[in-house]
Design a protein around this ligand. Structure first.
Ligand code: NAD
Ligand code: UDP
Ligand code: UDP
Length: 338
């Protein structure tokens, strides 16, 4: 399969000359909420490249105009500063609902997951649009089943520090299914596992962005707890491909979208050392409350029904993220491999 190509300058990833998905349905009107964010902006690139008209709705809570600025002036692109917690009237064919404060540093401040999702479902119902929810592997909580299959109901603390995110997304899934069953809205649910890549927020506290920024700044890599907890890291272009296949396909889901390659945080630190600086130091810090011990997607369902699986291994994807971070932190174009 063609490898994604990182184009320095604005962090775009193209699918290496492959014919983009859904060409036959050129010219859809698509809303991407949270489209100025990390995942959303890569999705917008693919949709615009495919020939669709895209409206990004974003309040710039964690997103950034820089992520979509290269589309300014394109008549098929519109950017609306709007908080999805407030109602919104638009006429569209598809809604990719990504808006959400997605990192632990941010997500406690906002009822986006519940109220924002309700509004976008109301919009989908009114105009007959198809609605895709970007849910999360966090719905499995600290899982008692490994790897996690979509049929697993999860192990979530309803009153913990992470609850507004976990439970917020669980509620969002419930709302989506209720609108599907009750109002006939065509919904699609993705459960996204940890994703990394260019344009990721530099200082939002997620582990890959922390380690990469720390190694570049010659600071120690902060490993929380004993570093033996695991996560499975997916490169953003794989996720975007999965989201588009899910939206275009006939299955509601939920579908796990993630890379089954599982790493302990110590192993991740080692990969970052190999990629950026073999002399980078590791510093242990206390772990956060309710931190899931392990997480790895079972992606059999997405493979079987969407014909999707990730293509980019961590050691392939990380350098593409590193050159973007290097450029944003230091403002230069030096490639990590040079
Ligand atoms: P991100 O923070 O880069 O993007 C979220 C975007 O939503 C930002 O542009 C932000 O400004 C916007 N936003 C937040 N609240 C809003 C509101 N009330 N109204 C309008 N816009 C709002 O995060 P991301 O990593 O790109 O995540 C995108 C989606 O994918 C989120 O729904 C997240 O929960 C989900 N997800 C991401 C990951 C991951 O590892 N990146 C994992 C699981 C799920
Ligand atoms: N909504 C919206 N845009 C629309 C239609 C609805 O933002 O085009 C909001 C609406 O304000 C409401 C929510 O979506 O808060 C749910 O709408 P729905 O019609 O399902 O519920 P109702 O308004 O009947 O309670
Ligand atoms: N983590 C870490 N060092 C950091 C940031 C996070 O060791 O600087 C750990 C964190 O405790 C968790 C894992 O990395 O076990 C993944 O954290 P992240 O916030 O990126 O994702 P999530 O917990 O939502 O999967």
């Amino acid at each position: 399969p063609p490898q994604p190509v990182y184009r320095p300058g604005f962090g775009s990833i193209s699918s290496g000359g492959k014919v983009p998905l859904g060409l036959k349905r050129k010219g859809l009107r698509i809303v991407v909420t949270g489209g100025a964010g990390f995942v959303g902006s890569h999705l917008v690139d693919r949709l615009i490249a495919r020939g669709d008209s895209v409206i990004v709705v974003d309040n710039f809570f964690t997103g950034n105009k820089d992520n979509v600025m290269h589309h300014f002036g394109n008549p098929r692109f519109e950017l609306i500063r709007h908080d999805v917690v407030e109602p919104l009237l638009l006429e569209v064919d598809q809604i990719y609902h990504l808006a959400c404060p997605a990192s632990p540093v941010h997500y406690k401040y906002n009822p986006t997951n519940v109220v924002g999702t309700l509004n976008m479902l109301g919009l989908a119902k009114r105009v007959g649009a198809r609605f895709l929810l970007t849910s999360t592997s966090e719905v499995y909580g600290d899982p008692l089943q490994h790897p996690q299959v979509e049929t697993y109901w999860g192990n979530v603390n309803p009153i913990g520090v992470r609850s507004c995110y976990d439970e917020g997304k669980r509620t969002a899934e419930t709302l989506a299914m209720d609108y599907h069953r009750g109002a006939g809205v065509e919904v699609r649910i993705a459960r996204i596992f940890n994703t990394y890549g260019p344009r990721m927020c530099i200082d939002d506290g997620r582990v890959v962005s922390n380690f990469v920024a720390q190694a570049l700044r010659k600071e120690p890599l902060t490993v929380y707890g004993d570093g033996k907890q695991t996560r499975s890291f997916q490169f953003v272009s794989d996720l975007v491909e999965g989201l588009m296949r899910l939206m275009e396909g006939e299955h509601v889901g939920p579908f796990n979208l993630g890379n089954p390659g599982e790493f302990t945080m110590l192993e991740l630190a080692q990969v970052v050392q190999e990629t950026i600086d073999p002399n980078a130091k590791i510093e242990f810090k206390p772990n956060t409350e309710d931190d899931p011990h392990k997480r790895k997607p079972d992606i059999t369902k997405a493979k079987d029904l969407l014909g999707w699986e990730p293509k980019v291994a961590l050691r392939k994807g990380l350098p593409m993220m590193v050159s973007d971070f290097r450029q944003r932190i230091f403002g230069d174009h030096k490639d990590s491999s040079s």
